[in-house]
Design a protein around this ligand. Sequence first.
Ligand code: ADP
Length: 495
Amino acid sequence: MEKYILAIDAGTTSSRAILFDKNAESIEIAQYEFNQFFPKEGWVEHDAIEIWNTQLKAIKEVIKKSKIDPNQIDSIGVTNQRETTVVWNKKTGKPVFNAIVWQDRRTANFCDQLKKDNKTELIQNKTGLVIDAYFSGTKIKWILDSDPKIRTQADAGELLFGTIDTWLIWNLTDRESHITDPSNASRTLLYNIKEDIWDDELLLLFNIPKKILPEVVDSSSISAYVDEKIFGAKTPISGIAGDQQAALFGQLCTDKGDIKNTYGTGCFCMMNTGKTFVKSKNKMLSTIAWRIGGEVTYALEGSVFVAGALIQWLRDKLGIIKSASEVEDLAKSVDNNGGLTFIPALSGLAAPYWDPYAQGTIYGITRGTENGHIARAALESIALRTRDIIIEMEKDADIKFSSLKVDGGASNNNLLMQIQSNLLNTKVIRPKTTETTALGVAFLAGLATGFWKDIPSLNNLWIKDKSFLPIKETNSDKIIELWDLRINNLLKINE
Ligand code: ADP
């Protein structure tokens, strides 16, 4: 009986289930989008029940479409949008509030207060993170403070907290396992990544009771079993990783110095720093990449909140394209950006600026400006934000990267990848499967059960699709010069 790995990829906009075979080829996929709620300016929420329902629907559909017996699933890997925060009642199984999404800025004021109280050093030393509303800690505190009844229930041990991995596993195991892995825990502001434990001092600072937190298990180990009622088999769950760390693993960036950039809703650039916690001097994040066999691997990360989401905005709000992929042809309808610089600060600016109040801006509009220029400047802005990060990461790592591995939905855009290569003056390499997030967690799951033997045996499963080499005669210098000038202008407005 042939066996497969089921990857659960709980993204920001959709729930996906993907079945991988021994050759790491995805043989079946099912995907359901779910609602995004924007109840106030800067607020972004999901319905956690809808996430669970769409995820379960995707799992069942993948099993049905592939015509496999559920017992042919060797094991399951769960990867997820990180930081998004769910607090639920363990008796009723109902969330006490909508899930607060990683992009949500509602706790920016509390973050300002923490900075004023000189907590920046303490928090960076312990968690590797900067103080920002992005991470789960302030979101949990916000939910507990939103209603005295919720606070009382939390103190009485009636509530549980989880990121989306934890929430899904709790439901998949029919309320049996309340677990997460260090890659997810390290994004909460509550996890001491040097000691690999929940940090009591930080829990006190955020006023969060320890009993609501999940147990932290290895990223690659059999840590739970799906309840047989769910889809008819008691399948082991043996891989857990936040989406970006999973993508790092899926790109086989398993050695120190290996680097990848994912172009999804946001852009996430991550570099493996091996067994050492490298504290960034340039406003990058230090984070746990994964823990395997009790041993932690660390990474440096630079996040861009709005990348593919900018293309969604062009589609849904500006209406200049009908589908995301149309942006490539529209941008190609003009030779250059027509003097435009698009600052994609639609949810503030993350690394290395960390300005939650920055707003999206298009500079340089004239009567000659066309939709094509806007599309081109939008693509350039994604590449320029990535460049902002790579420059700082090179400083932290004290090396010049010779190539960049890419993945994620927007990496299918050849023009964007060429622009990226030109602006970085670096080779950009795209693998055949851009589903590296799902593949990475499938690798983690399959390594734990012996489905795949070891990391070296995975190397011939990584297949290149296309490389992009920098083209010299483009006007990259001018684009960069205007970007630096204009983004600094924007930041000054907020000072
Ligand atoms: P996530 O996992 O964050 O939901 P994906 O990796 O699935 O994201 O990528 C989807 C994102 O990529 C969307 O924001 C979409 O606008 C963008 N996208 C998809 N195809 C293209 C394309 N050809 N060019 C530019 N952006 C694209």
